[in-house]
Write a protein that binds this ligand. Structure first.
Ligand SMILES: [Zn+2]
Length: 461
């Protein structure tokens, strides 16, 4: 039997995850993520998927984030019609994230056309519908057959709702080849989510490395920072604008706010969730209470809901959203997370010039984004092509990340490190992946590779 892995995305970078497992003449694709980043290159890569993906027999998906799932409709447009295996919550989230991605591409194409530029979307809403029809859902910790002789088990990853670590077992005589893929690995103690399941022994490990060279502050430090911020009178004088991703970060911020208000630590303050996608995502998280950790379940049993509590309003239509311009005091949580599109831009346009308002940055801001410019305290920023003087306050709170840091990953792998024959590091900036490779070797791994784009390796012996 010949097994190999062909790395086709998120190699020495963080987006566009695609890892093709070849077992004899069969092919299983782990992830089919969209490339995000400098526009022209990303658009081309998202339209022209690697040739090797011309024939795939099954797709296995770790979680719903677009950088892991966003190219599935393109794959389907290219002719893929096999199953796409994922957890039930992942399927629910794909049902809102993939249509949103198609809508954004359509809107971008229209906008660029007006400016005399052309942009060809990678797919449309029909491709998305065709993709959603191929989803096959599975419970955690229950193995299922993907292809004859190949079984997969989803284990909790603790990263976002529905996220899984993927165990692949390939039958081979007496001893199966066991391949573990972390997907995006979460952390212990992320609000609402269960902690990552321990990994069973395996022969091959494929791991992410987003924070391969960084550590996060502990949760009690984060909670203290949030408390100090929301107790600070100068911040509460005006509006507080929080750019946040629709899936994960929005719910985490709500969780902390609700707990602080319920404990009487901060004054009740009106909270507006102004993003249709965030509203839908929060409803999905609210529906999957079966996936909550003990802390969240106890919170529910005490008669409280972490996302729907007094003072929180979910803004539905554009008129209501516009009415928030008149708001003088309150919290607005809106998308997108890096201030690159969506309703947050309209709020920023209003906010940046107001001395009493405050922007609270709680996520990673990539270089070149408006969020990064605000974080770096630029005097002027451009919003909708207009130059604005930044007069509002900008504060930054770190530590809400849903990715394990390097020490958390090493602790997670410690029980299996010496048994792994081959380890591969993906999904990290080059420097983070390389630093993490050194750390894995120090931790007892025998062979650690940081694959290049399109590099292929034979697995097992
Ligand atoms: Zn993710």
């Amino acid at each position: 039997m010949t097994v190999s892995i062909h790395f086709l995305g998120a190699n020495r970078q963080v987006t566009g995850s695609k890892h093709l497992l070849k077992i004899n003449d069969k092919r299983i694709l782990l992830e089919c993520g969209m490339v995000q980043g400098p526009r022209r290159l990303a658009d081309r890569l998202n339209r022209e998927l690697p040739e090797a993906l011309g024939r795939v027999d099954a797709v296995v998906l770790s979680h719903a984030h677009i950088d892991h799932s966003g190219s599935l409709p393109r794959l389907v447009r290219m002719g893929y019609s096999g199953p796409i295996h994922c957890t039930e919550a992942t399927a629910d989230l794909l049902g809102i994230l993939l249509p949103d991605s198609a809508h954004i591409q359509k809107a971008d194409a229209r906008y660029l056309k007006k400016r005399g530029k052309s942009f060809q979307p990678a797919y449309d809403i029909q491709d998305v519908e065709d993709t959603l029809a191929l989803l096959q859902t599975h419970a955690y910790r229950q193995s299922f057959e993907v292809l004859p002789g190949v079984r997969v088990t989803f284990l909790e990853a603790g990263h976002i709702l529905g996220s899984a670590q993927v165990m692949v077992e390939v039958e081979d005589g007496d001893k199966p080849l066991r391949i573990a893929f972390t997907g995006d690995l979460g952390r212990k103690g992320i609000p609402v989510l269960r902690d990552p399941d321990p990994l069973p022994a395996c022969d091959v490990l494929i791991t992410e490395s987003t924070y391969g060279d960084r550590r996060h502050p502990p949760r009690d430090v984060l909670e203290q920072q949030l408390l100090e911020f929301f107790q600070d009178e100068t911040c509460l004088r005006g509006r507080i604008l929080i750019p946040a991703y629709s899936v994960g970060r929005t719910q985490n911020v709500l969780w902390y706010l609700g707990r602080m208000i319920a404990a009487g630590q901060i004054e009740p303050i009106p909270i507006y969730i102004d993003s249709p996608l965030s509203t839908k995502a929060t409803r999905i998280v609210n529906r999957h209470k079966d996936l909550y950790d003990r802390e969240a379940r106890e919170y529910l049993e005490s008669g409280r809901n972490p996302f729907f509590f007094e003072g929180v309003r979910y803004i539905a239509d554009v008129e209501e959203s516009k009415a928030l311009n008149k708001l003088t005091r309150g919290i607005i949580i809106s998308a997108s997370g890096m201030c690159e599109g969506g309703r947050i831009l309209h709020h920023l346009e209003q906010t940046v010039g107001r001395e009493n308002d405050c922007i609270l940055i709680v996520g990673f801001m990539a270089e070149g984004t408006l969020g990064r410019k605000l974080l770096e305290r630029y005097d002027y920023v451009k919003i909708f092509g207009e130059r604005h003087l930044v007069r509002c306050r900008v504060r930054h709170i770190d530590g809400l990340s849903a990715h394990a840091d390097y020490q958390e990953m090493l602790d997670h792998f410690a029980p299996i490190a010496t048994q792994v024959e081959q380890a591969f590091i993906v999904h990290g900036e080059e420097s983070a992946s390389m630093r993490f490779a050194d750390r894995m070797i120090d931790a007892g791994f025998r062979s650690v590779e940081v694959p290049l784009y399109k590099e292929e390796f034979v697995l097992g012996t």
